[in-house]
Design a protein around this ligand. Structure first.
Ligand SMILES: Cc1cc2nc3c(=O)[nH]c(=O)nc-3n(C[C@H](O)[C@H](O)[C@H](O)COP(=O)(O)OP(=O)(O)OC[C@H]3O[C@@H](n4cnc5c(N)ncnc54)[C@H](O)[C@@H]3O)c2cc1C
Length: 453
Protein backbone atom coordinates (compact mmCIF):
# COMPACT_ATOMS: atom_id res chain seq x y z
CA UNK A 1 0.00 0.00 0.00
CA UNK A 2 1.38 3.45 -0.87
CA UNK A 3 1.53 6.19 1.77
CA UNK A 4 -1.02 8.93 0.97
CA UNK A 5 0.17 12.54 0.56
CA UNK A 6 -2.71 13.93 2.62
CA UNK A 7 -5.18 12.72 5.23
CA UNK A 8 -8.62 14.25 5.84
CA UNK A 9 -9.47 15.56 9.31
CA UNK A 10 -12.89 16.22 10.85
CA UNK A 11 -13.43 20.01 10.83
CA UNK A 12 -15.53 20.01 14.03
CA UNK A 13 -17.00 22.99 15.91
CA UNK A 14 -14.97 25.22 18.23
CA UNK A 15 -16.54 26.60 21.43
CA UNK A 16 -16.22 30.38 21.91
CA UNK A 17 -14.17 30.62 25.11
CA UNK A 18 -13.71 34.41 25.16
CA UNK A 19 -15.11 37.53 23.52
CA UNK A 20 -13.31 40.80 24.22
CA UNK A 21 -12.90 44.08 22.38
CA UNK A 22 -9.24 43.40 21.68
CA UNK A 23 -7.55 40.04 21.08
CA UNK A 24 -3.74 39.92 21.06
CA UNK A 25 -1.98 36.85 19.67
CA UNK A 26 1.53 36.26 21.00
CA UNK A 27 2.76 37.00 24.51
CA UNK A 28 6.24 38.19 23.52
CA UNK A 29 7.58 41.73 24.11
CA UNK A 30 5.26 43.28 21.48
CA UNK A 31 2.18 41.34 22.58
CA UNK A 32 2.65 42.05 26.29
CA UNK A 33 2.89 45.78 25.55
CA UNK A 34 -0.09 45.72 23.20
CA UNK A 35 -2.28 43.91 25.74
CA UNK A 36 -1.24 46.06 28.72
CA UNK A 37 -1.58 49.27 26.72
CA UNK A 38 -5.04 48.39 25.37
CA UNK A 39 -6.16 47.24 28.83
CA UNK A 40 -4.95 50.40 30.56
CA UNK A 41 -6.79 52.47 27.96
CA UNK A 42 -10.09 50.90 28.89
CA UNK A 43 -10.52 48.04 26.40
CA UNK A 44 -11.35 44.48 27.41
CA UNK A 45 -8.45 42.35 26.23
CA UNK A 46 -7.58 38.68 25.73
CA UNK A 47 -3.92 37.73 25.31
CA UNK A 48 -3.22 34.37 23.67
CA UNK A 49 0.13 32.59 24.03
CA UNK A 50 1.18 29.08 23.01
CA UNK A 51 3.71 28.56 25.81
CA UNK A 52 3.18 28.58 29.60
CA UNK A 53 5.02 31.88 30.11
CA UNK A 54 5.19 35.42 28.76
CA UNK A 55 8.17 37.12 27.15
CA UNK A 56 8.64 35.30 23.83
CA UNK A 57 12.23 35.48 22.66
CA UNK A 58 13.15 37.79 25.56
CA UNK A 59 12.47 35.10 28.18
CA UNK A 60 11.94 31.79 26.33
CA UNK A 61 14.58 32.67 23.77
CA UNK A 62 16.85 33.98 26.55
CA UNK A 63 17.69 37.18 24.66
CA UNK A 64 19.00 38.91 27.75
CA UNK A 65 19.92 42.48 26.80
CA UNK A 66 17.37 45.19 26.00
CA UNK A 67 19.10 47.48 23.55
CA UNK A 68 18.50 49.77 20.57
CA UNK A 69 16.87 52.31 22.89
CA UNK A 70 19.52 55.01 23.17
CA UNK A 71 20.12 57.88 20.72
CA UNK A 72 23.16 60.03 21.38
CA UNK A 73 22.43 61.28 24.91
CA UNK A 74 18.71 60.44 25.17
CA UNK A 75 16.87 57.23 26.02
CA UNK A 76 14.60 56.99 22.99
CA UNK A 77 12.35 54.08 24.05
CA UNK A 78 10.60 54.62 27.36
CA UNK A 79 6.98 53.89 28.28
CA UNK A 80 6.13 50.25 29.04
CA UNK A 81 9.63 49.05 28.17
CA UNK A 82 11.14 51.30 30.83
CA UNK A 83 8.44 50.27 33.30
CA UNK A 84 9.38 46.64 32.78
CA UNK A 85 13.05 47.51 33.28
CA UNK A 86 12.20 49.32 36.53
CA UNK A 87 10.15 46.38 37.77
CA UNK A 88 12.93 43.87 37.01
CA UNK A 89 15.49 46.24 38.55
CA UNK A 90 13.44 46.43 41.75
CA UNK A 91 13.67 42.62 41.96
CA UNK A 92 17.48 42.78 41.59
CA UNK A 93 17.14 41.07 38.21
CA UNK A 94 18.16 43.88 35.85
CA UNK A 95 21.40 45.84 35.49
CA UNK A 96 22.13 49.01 33.45
CA UNK A 97 24.84 51.71 33.42
CA UNK A 98 24.13 54.82 35.49
CA UNK A 99 23.80 58.19 33.77
CA UNK A 100 27.32 59.23 34.83
CA UNK A 101 28.84 56.33 32.85
CA UNK A 102 26.80 57.24 29.74
CA UNK A 103 27.92 60.87 29.75
CA UNK A 104 29.91 61.84 26.62
CA UNK A 105 32.92 62.69 28.83
CA UNK A 106 32.90 59.27 30.49
CA UNK A 107 31.54 56.71 28.05
CA UNK A 108 34.80 56.11 26.19
CA UNK A 109 37.14 56.09 29.17
CA UNK A 110 38.97 52.83 29.81
CA UNK A 111 37.51 52.43 33.27
CA UNK A 112 33.89 52.83 32.11
CA UNK A 113 34.38 50.66 29.02
CA UNK A 114 35.86 47.90 31.14
CA UNK A 115 32.95 48.18 33.59
CA UNK A 116 30.19 47.77 30.95
CA UNK A 117 31.52 46.09 27.82
CA UNK A 118 31.02 42.55 29.12
CA UNK A 119 27.43 43.47 29.91
CA UNK A 120 26.85 44.19 26.21
CA UNK A 121 26.10 47.84 26.94
CA UNK A 122 27.90 49.57 24.15
CA UNK A 123 26.79 51.17 20.90
CA UNK A 124 27.64 48.58 18.26
CA UNK A 125 26.25 50.88 15.55
CA UNK A 126 29.21 53.25 15.73
CA UNK A 127 31.75 52.64 12.97
CA UNK A 128 34.78 53.21 15.18
CA UNK A 129 36.02 51.08 18.08
CA UNK A 130 35.85 50.95 21.02
CA UNK A 131 32.09 51.44 20.94
CA UNK A 132 30.90 53.97 23.53
CA UNK A 133 28.85 52.89 26.56
CA UNK A 134 25.12 53.53 26.15
CA UNK A 135 21.90 52.79 27.97
CA UNK A 136 20.87 49.13 27.65
CA UNK A 137 19.55 46.70 30.27
CA UNK A 138 20.75 43.16 31.05
CA UNK A 139 18.04 41.09 32.70
CA UNK A 140 17.15 37.67 34.01
CA UNK A 141 14.64 35.67 31.91
CA UNK A 142 12.49 34.72 34.87
CA UNK A 143 12.47 38.35 35.98
CA UNK A 144 11.00 39.21 32.58
CA UNK A 145 8.35 36.48 32.88
CA UNK A 146 7.29 37.48 36.38
CA UNK A 147 7.22 41.24 35.75
CA UNK A 148 5.23 40.72 32.53
CA UNK A 149 2.70 38.54 34.34
CA UNK A 150 2.34 41.25 36.98
CA UNK A 151 1.74 43.97 34.38
CA UNK A 152 -0.73 41.90 32.36
CA UNK A 153 -2.62 40.86 35.50
CA UNK A 154 -2.80 44.42 36.85
CA UNK A 155 -4.12 45.69 33.49
CA UNK A 156 -7.05 43.26 33.75
CA UNK A 157 -6.02 41.31 30.66
CA UNK A 158 -7.55 37.84 30.27
CA UNK A 159 -4.55 35.63 29.70
CA UNK A 160 -4.92 32.33 27.86
CA UNK A 161 -1.65 30.40 27.88
CA UNK A 162 -1.21 26.92 26.33
CA UNK A 163 -3.26 28.11 23.34
CA UNK A 164 -1.68 27.71 19.92
CA UNK A 165 -3.14 30.06 17.27
CA UNK A 166 -4.20 28.13 14.17
CA UNK A 167 -6.29 30.44 11.99
CA UNK A 168 -7.97 33.81 11.75
CA UNK A 169 -11.75 34.01 11.79
CA UNK A 170 -12.77 36.34 8.98
CA UNK A 171 -16.06 38.13 8.30
CA UNK A 172 -15.67 39.33 4.73
CA UNK A 173 -12.50 41.43 4.86
CA UNK A 174 -12.58 41.94 8.61
CA UNK A 175 -10.59 39.94 11.18
CA UNK A 176 -13.21 38.94 13.75
CA UNK A 177 -11.40 36.45 15.97
CA UNK A 178 -8.96 33.59 16.15
CA UNK A 179 -9.04 29.83 16.42
CA UNK A 180 -6.55 28.24 18.78
CA UNK A 181 -5.52 24.64 19.33
CA UNK A 182 -5.46 23.44 22.95
CA UNK A 183 -5.40 20.20 24.96
CA UNK A 184 -9.19 20.63 25.13
CA UNK A 185 -9.40 20.77 21.34
CA UNK A 186 -10.05 23.79 19.14
CA UNK A 187 -11.35 26.98 20.76
CA UNK A 188 -12.56 30.29 19.32
CA UNK A 189 -11.78 33.75 20.72
CA UNK A 190 -13.69 36.67 19.22
CA UNK A 191 -12.78 40.35 19.17
CA UNK A 192 -13.46 43.71 17.54
CA UNK A 193 -9.77 44.37 16.93
CA UNK A 194 -7.16 41.64 16.49
CA UNK A 195 -3.47 42.33 17.07
CA UNK A 196 -0.91 40.00 15.56
CA UNK A 197 2.16 39.86 17.82
CA UNK A 198 3.18 36.29 16.93
CA UNK A 199 6.55 37.39 15.53
CA UNK A 200 5.99 35.17 12.49
CA UNK A 201 2.92 37.04 11.19
CA UNK A 202 0.74 33.95 11.78
CA UNK A 203 -2.53 35.88 12.12
CA UNK A 204 -2.12 38.33 9.24
CA UNK A 205 -0.84 35.57 6.92
CA UNK A 206 -3.82 33.38 7.79
CA UNK A 207 -6.13 36.36 7.16
CA UNK A 208 -4.71 36.70 3.65
CA UNK A 209 -2.50 39.77 4.14
CA UNK A 210 0.45 40.07 1.78
CA UNK A 211 3.92 39.49 3.18
CA UNK A 212 7.57 38.86 2.28
CA UNK A 213 9.48 35.74 3.34
CA UNK A 214 12.54 36.97 5.24
CA UNK A 215 15.33 35.04 6.91
CA UNK A 216 18.40 35.72 9.02
CA UNK A 217 20.84 33.82 11.23
CA UNK A 218 19.41 31.37 13.79
CA UNK A 219 20.89 30.76 17.26
CA UNK A 220 20.50 28.19 20.03
CA UNK A 221 21.06 30.59 22.92
CA UNK A 222 22.47 29.18 26.18
CA UNK A 223 23.80 30.12 29.61
CA UNK A 224 26.94 28.80 31.27
CA UNK A 225 27.39 28.70 35.04
CA UNK A 226 30.41 28.19 37.31
CA UNK A 227 32.28 30.99 35.52
CA UNK A 228 34.78 33.17 37.39
CA UNK A 229 33.72 36.29 35.48
CA UNK A 230 36.24 38.63 37.13
CA UNK A 231 39.09 36.28 36.23
CA UNK A 232 37.80 36.02 32.64
CA UNK A 233 37.73 39.84 32.39
CA UNK A 234 41.20 40.13 33.93
CA UNK A 235 42.47 37.72 31.27
CA UNK A 236 40.91 39.82 28.49
CA UNK A 237 42.39 43.11 29.64
CA UNK A 238 45.72 42.03 31.16
CA UNK A 239 46.78 39.35 28.66
CA UNK A 240 45.29 40.87 25.48
CA UNK A 241 47.41 38.99 22.94
CA UNK A 242 46.80 35.56 24.44
CA UNK A 243 43.15 36.43 24.96
CA UNK A 244 42.70 37.41 21.30
CA UNK A 245 44.29 34.21 20.05
CA UNK A 246 42.11 32.01 22.27
CA UNK A 247 38.99 34.05 21.63
CA UNK A 248 39.48 33.74 17.87
CA UNK A 249 39.75 29.98 18.23
CA UNK A 250 36.60 29.86 20.41
CA UNK A 251 34.65 31.70 17.70
CA UNK A 252 36.11 29.49 15.00
CA UNK A 253 34.85 26.42 16.87
CA UNK A 254 31.26 27.68 16.90
CA UNK A 255 31.54 28.99 13.33
CA UNK A 256 30.12 32.44 13.93
CA UNK A 257 29.42 34.92 16.72
CA UNK A 258 29.18 38.64 17.43
CA UNK A 259 32.30 40.24 18.99
CA UNK A 260 31.61 38.77 22.43
CA UNK A 261 30.50 35.14 22.68
CA UNK A 262 29.73 35.52 26.38
CA UNK A 263 28.25 38.40 28.37
CA UNK A 264 27.54 38.93 32.06
CA UNK A 265 24.05 38.40 33.50
CA UNK A 266 22.55 39.69 36.77
CA UNK A 267 23.14 36.22 38.32
CA UNK A 268 26.65 35.73 39.77
CA UNK A 269 28.85 33.28 37.86
CA UNK A 270 26.30 32.82 35.07
CA UNK A 271 27.06 34.12 31.58
CA UNK A 272 24.87 34.53 28.49
CA UNK A 273 26.00 32.94 25.24
CA UNK A 274 24.20 34.70 22.38
CA UNK A 275 25.77 32.32 19.84
CA UNK A 276 26.40 30.46 17.53
CA UNK A 277 25.37 32.17 14.31
CA UNK A 278 23.84 29.53 12.06
CA UNK A 279 22.80 30.14 8.46
CA UNK A 280 20.60 28.16 6.11
CA UNK A 281 17.77 27.40 8.56
CA UNK A 282 14.19 28.51 7.87
CA UNK A 283 12.50 29.55 11.11
CA UNK A 284 9.12 28.43 9.75
CA UNK A 285 10.15 24.85 8.96
CA UNK A 286 9.93 22.01 11.48
CA UNK A 287 12.80 20.03 9.94
CA UNK A 288 15.08 23.09 9.91
CA UNK A 289 14.25 24.06 13.49
CA UNK A 290 14.89 20.50 14.64
CA UNK A 291 18.22 20.30 12.80
CA UNK A 292 19.24 23.71 14.21
CA UNK A 293 18.80 22.37 17.75
CA UNK A 294 21.30 19.53 17.12
CA UNK A 295 23.70 21.76 15.21
CA UNK A 296 23.70 24.58 17.77
CA UNK A 297 24.11 22.31 20.77
CA UNK A 298 26.97 20.40 19.14
CA UNK A 299 28.83 23.62 18.38
CA UNK A 300 28.33 24.88 21.92
CA UNK A 301 29.37 21.59 23.56
CA UNK A 302 32.63 21.81 21.61
CA UNK A 303 33.05 25.40 22.78
CA UNK A 304 32.52 24.42 26.43
CA UNK A 305 35.21 21.73 26.19
CA UNK A 306 37.61 24.24 24.64
CA UNK A 307 36.74 27.00 27.13
CA UNK A 308 37.27 24.73 30.14
CA UNK A 309 40.75 23.87 28.91
CA UNK A 310 41.83 27.27 27.60
CA UNK A 311 39.80 30.29 28.73
CA UNK A 312 40.77 31.78 32.08
CA UNK A 313 37.77 31.74 34.44
CA UNK A 314 35.98 28.93 32.56
CA UNK A 315 37.77 25.89 34.11
CA UNK A 316 34.64 24.86 36.07
CA UNK A 317 32.03 26.09 33.59
CA UNK A 318 28.93 24.02 32.75
CA UNK A 319 25.70 24.62 30.86
CA UNK A 320 22.89 25.94 33.03
CA UNK A 321 20.37 25.73 30.19
CA UNK A 322 19.68 26.13 26.50
CA UNK A 323 16.80 28.46 25.66
CA UNK A 324 13.49 26.61 25.30
CA UNK A 325 12.71 28.72 22.21
CA UNK A 326 15.00 28.58 19.19
CA UNK A 327 16.53 31.96 18.40
CA UNK A 328 14.73 32.84 15.15
CA UNK A 329 15.32 36.46 14.22
CA UNK A 330 13.31 36.87 11.05
CA UNK A 331 10.60 35.03 9.08
CA UNK A 332 7.47 36.51 7.46
CA UNK A 333 7.31 40.31 7.22
CA UNK A 334 4.09 42.19 6.53
CA UNK A 335 3.72 44.17 3.31
CA UNK A 336 1.48 46.77 4.87
CA UNK A 337 0.27 50.26 4.09
CA UNK A 338 3.88 51.45 4.24
CA UNK A 339 7.00 49.27 4.04
CA UNK A 340 9.92 50.67 6.06
CA UNK A 341 13.18 50.51 4.08
CA UNK A 342 16.83 50.25 5.09
CA UNK A 343 17.25 53.84 3.88
CA UNK A 344 14.45 54.96 6.20
CA UNK A 345 16.22 53.34 9.15
CA UNK A 346 19.77 54.34 8.22
CA UNK A 347 18.85 57.93 7.29
CA UNK A 348 16.56 58.30 10.32
CA UNK A 349 13.70 59.35 8.09
CA UNK A 350 10.93 60.95 10.10
CA UNK A 351 7.23 60.34 9.31
CA UNK A 352 4.44 62.64 10.39
CA UNK A 353 2.43 59.56 11.46
CA UNK A 354 5.32 58.12 13.48
CA UNK A 355 3.81 56.43 16.56
CA UNK A 356 6.94 54.94 18.11
CA UNK A 357 10.73 54.95 17.92
CA UNK A 358 13.70 52.69 18.12
CA UNK A 359 17.24 53.94 18.68
CA UNK A 360 17.13 56.78 16.16
CA UNK A 361 14.55 55.64 13.64
CA UNK A 362 10.77 56.05 13.43
CA UNK A 363 7.84 53.72 12.79
CA UNK A 364 4.81 55.13 10.97
CA UNK A 365 1.37 53.84 12.01
CA UNK A 366 0.94 52.65 8.40
CA UNK A 367 3.76 50.10 8.90
CA UNK A 368 1.67 48.40 11.59
CA UNK A 369 -1.40 47.99 9.38
CA UNK A 370 -2.12 45.47 6.60
CA UNK A 371 -3.27 46.84 3.27
CA UNK A 372 -6.47 44.90 2.70
CA UNK A 373 -7.57 43.34 6.01
CA UNK A 374 -9.68 45.44 8.36
CA UNK A 375 -9.54 45.56 12.16
CA UNK A 376 -6.14 43.91 12.24
CA UNK A 377 -2.92 45.52 13.49
CA UNK A 378 0.55 44.05 13.85
CA UNK A 379 3.41 44.77 16.24
CA UNK A 380 6.87 43.29 16.65
CA UNK A 381 9.59 41.77 14.53
CA UNK A 382 7.21 40.93 11.64
CA UNK A 383 6.05 44.52 11.09
CA UNK A 384 5.91 46.03 7.59
CA UNK A 385 9.60 46.37 6.76
CA UNK A 386 12.07 45.08 4.20
CA UNK A 387 14.25 42.14 5.31
CA UNK A 388 17.39 44.33 5.35
CA UNK A 389 15.69 47.05 7.38
CA UNK A 390 14.24 44.52 9.85
CA UNK A 391 17.77 43.38 10.74
CA UNK A 392 18.40 46.94 11.97
CA UNK A 393 15.07 47.55 13.71
CA UNK A 394 13.98 44.30 15.38
CA UNK A 395 15.27 44.59 18.92
CA UNK A 396 13.06 44.10 21.96
CA UNK A 397 12.55 47.77 23.00
CA UNK A 398 11.29 48.98 19.58
CA UNK A 399 9.02 45.90 19.40
CA UNK A 400 7.62 46.85 22.81
CA UNK A 401 7.11 50.42 21.64
CA UNK A 402 5.17 49.19 18.61
CA UNK A 403 3.00 47.05 20.87
CA UNK A 404 2.32 50.02 23.13
CA UNK A 405 1.27 52.13 20.14
CA UNK A 406 -1.09 49.57 18.57
CA UNK A 407 -2.61 48.81 21.99
CA UNK A 408 -3.50 52.50 22.22
CA UNK A 409 -4.81 52.51 18.64
CA UNK A 410 -7.04 49.50 19.29
CA UNK A 411 -8.47 51.05 22.47
CA UNK A 412 -9.04 54.40 20.75
CA UNK A 413 -10.96 52.59 17.98
CA UNK A 414 -13.23 50.56 20.27
CA UNK A 415 -13.81 53.48 22.65
CA UNK A 416 -14.84 55.78 19.78
CA UNK A 417 -16.69 53.13 17.75
CA UNK A 418 -14.45 53.65 14.71
CA UNK A 419 -12.16 51.34 12.75
CA UNK A 420 -8.44 51.11 13.46
CA UNK A 421 -7.87 52.54 9.97
CA UNK A 422 -9.81 55.64 11.01
CA UNK A 423 -7.76 56.27 14.16
CA UNK A 424 -5.84 59.54 13.88
CA UNK A 425 -2.13 58.91 14.40
CA UNK A 426 -1.96 62.22 16.31
CA UNK A 427 -4.27 60.76 18.95
CA UNK A 428 -1.92 57.76 19.31
CA UNK A 429 1.07 60.10 19.59
CA UNK A 430 -0.67 62.13 22.29
CA UNK A 431 -1.51 59.06 24.37
CA UNK A 432 2.00 57.63 23.92
CA UNK A 433 3.35 60.85 25.45
CA UNK A 434 0.80 60.64 28.28
CA UNK A 435 2.10 57.12 29.00
CA UNK A 436 5.68 58.38 29.14
CA UNK A 437 6.60 56.83 25.79
CA UNK A 438 8.20 58.65 22.86
CA UNK A 439 6.04 58.37 19.72
CA UNK A 440 8.65 60.13 17.59
CA UNK A 441 6.21 62.92 16.75
CA UNK A 442 8.98 65.46 17.33
CA UNK A 443 11.99 64.47 15.22
CA UNK A 444 15.28 64.24 17.12
CA UNK A 445 18.10 66.62 16.15
CA UNK A 446 19.76 63.93 14.00
CA UNK A 447 16.56 62.88 12.13
CA UNK A 448 16.03 63.51 8.43
CA UNK A 449 12.69 65.31 8.35
CA UNK A 450 10.30 64.29 5.57
CA UNK A 451 6.56 64.34 5.22
CA UNK A 452 4.53 61.12 5.32
CA UNK A 453 3.87 59.89 1.78
C1 LIG B 1 19.27 34.91 19.10
C2 LIG B 1 18.67 36.27 19.16
C3 LIG B 1 19.38 37.31 19.72
C4 LIG B 1 18.81 38.58 19.83
N1 LIG B 1 19.50 39.56 20.48
C5 LIG B 1 18.83 40.68 20.85
C6 LIG B 1 19.41 41.57 21.81
O1 LIG B 1 20.54 41.38 22.26
N2 LIG B 1 18.67 42.63 22.22
C7 LIG B 1 17.41 42.86 21.75
O2 LIG B 1 16.76 43.82 22.20
N3 LIG B 1 16.83 42.04 20.82
C8 LIG B 1 17.52 40.96 20.39
N4 LIG B 1 16.94 40.07 19.51
C9 LIG B 1 15.66 40.41 18.85
C10 LIG B 1 14.44 40.23 19.75
O3 LIG B 1 14.60 39.17 20.64
C11 LIG B 1 13.17 39.98 18.94
O4 LIG B 1 13.14 40.70 17.75
C12 LIG B 1 11.95 40.33 19.79
O5 LIG B 1 11.88 39.45 20.89
C13 LIG B 1 10.70 40.29 18.98
O6 LIG B 1 9.59 40.44 19.83
P1 LIG B 1 8.15 40.00 19.31
O7 LIG B 1 7.22 40.20 20.44
O8 LIG B 1 7.89 40.67 18.03
O9 LIG B 1 8.31 38.45 18.94
P2 LIG B 1 8.70 37.19 19.81
O10 LIG B 1 9.66 37.54 20.88
O11 LIG B 1 9.07 36.13 18.83
O12 LIG B 1 7.30 36.81 20.52
C14 LIG B 1 6.26 36.21 19.80
C15 LIG B 1 5.35 35.50 20.78
O13 LIG B 1 4.26 34.92 20.07
C16 LIG B 1 4.08 33.58 20.47
N5 LIG B 1 3.53 32.84 19.34
C17 LIG B 1 4.10 32.65 18.13
N6 LIG B 1 3.30 31.92 17.35
C18 LIG B 1 2.20 31.65 18.08
C19 LIG B 1 1.02 30.90 17.82
N7 LIG B 1 0.82 30.31 16.64
N8 LIG B 1 0.09 30.81 18.80
C20 LIG B 1 0.28 31.41 20.01
N9 LIG B 1 1.39 32.09 20.31
C21 LIG B 1 2.34 32.23 19.35
C22 LIG B 1 5.48 33.12 20.84
O14 LIG B 1 5.47 31.98 21.67
C23 LIG B 1 6.04 34.36 21.52
O15 LIG B 1 5.70 34.41 22.89
C24 LIG B 1 17.51 38.80 19.33
C25 LIG B 1 16.80 37.76 18.73
C26 LIG B 1 17.37 36.51 18.65
C27 LIG B 1 16.58 35.39 18.03
Amino acid sequence: MTTPNFVSTPAGRAPVVAKTEVVVVGGGPAGISAAVSAGRNGASVTLVERYPYLGGLASGGMVLVLDDMHNDTEISVRGLCMELIDRMHARGLCVYPPEADRHPDARLTEEVLRRWTRWGMFDFHTHTKPHPVIFAAAFDPDGFKQSSLDMVGEAGVQLRLHSWFTSTIMEDNRAAGVLVHTKEGPQAILGDVIIDASGDLDVAASAGASYTDGSFIVTTVSRMGGVDVDEAERFQYEEPEKFLEIDREAKRIIKGSWDYWWLRTPLPGIVWCNCPHMTGYDGMKVADLTAAEFDGRNRMQALLTFARANVAGFQNAYFVDFAPQTGVRQTRLLEGEYVVTKKDVMDRVHFSDSVCRGRDYYTPYRALMPKTIDQLLVAGRHYSVTPQAQKLSREIPPCMAQGEAVGIAAALAVNAGITVREVDSRAIQKQMRTQGADPGDVPAANALVTEAA
